[in-house]
Ligand binder design. Sequence first.
Ligand SMILES: [Zn+2]
Length: 238
Amino acid sequence: MQELQKRALVFAPHPDDAEIGMGATIVKMLSEGWEVVIAELTNGEPTPAGSPEMRLAERDAATAIMGVKERICLGLPNRYLQVNLEYTRTIAEAIRKYRPHIIFITYRPDAHPDHVHGGELVEDARFTAKLSKTTMLYEPWWTPKLLYYYSNHLRVNIEPSFLLDVSAFWQKKLDAISAYRSQFWDKYAAEPAKAGAVLESITAQGRYLGSRINVQYAEPFFCHDLIGLNQLGSLAGI
Ligand SMILES: [Zn+2]
């Protein structure tokens, strides 16, 4: 019997959100044979630091570090994402094209409107993607699971639905984030103490969450549905 090709579609409001929130999980999924496609809703431009060309080169470098084969940008407007039918259809067509088993988007609430509206758009698109008798491209598709990852502009205590052990893939995540030099290093040319501080903060969070499940590093995920198990061994790490 042919084994099922497991597919994931990771939506990101901007380049770097996927790496910050679930970079290690992406590498872990690839190592387990998942097909992982990253789809940015916007190209993240304009932004205080860098240029469109630089942002694209950094994004491509991060993609190569993680080993992701396909990454697309849906070209929606950075800073001005709004929930409307046009953008919903654009995202729904990406879901219909890639037919994922899990889709991911940033967790809400968030202080960044693109993250808030991006999340709403992906939720709407998940449903819209299954509609028949439409003019949308590709065949209808319903994605069984929608998960939220934590790349967020609020500083809150989070209560994830579950934590994933990503200890073996943590360094790859840091390497991928480090590709975004314009955003986390060059931007702080006048404040050297802040350059690269993102790595320390992300590592502190990953280490803390890892300690909650007795592993070195973990990434948090959120789900509105109850999480079902088909075997109990993973609860005991066996
Ligand atoms: Zn973002």
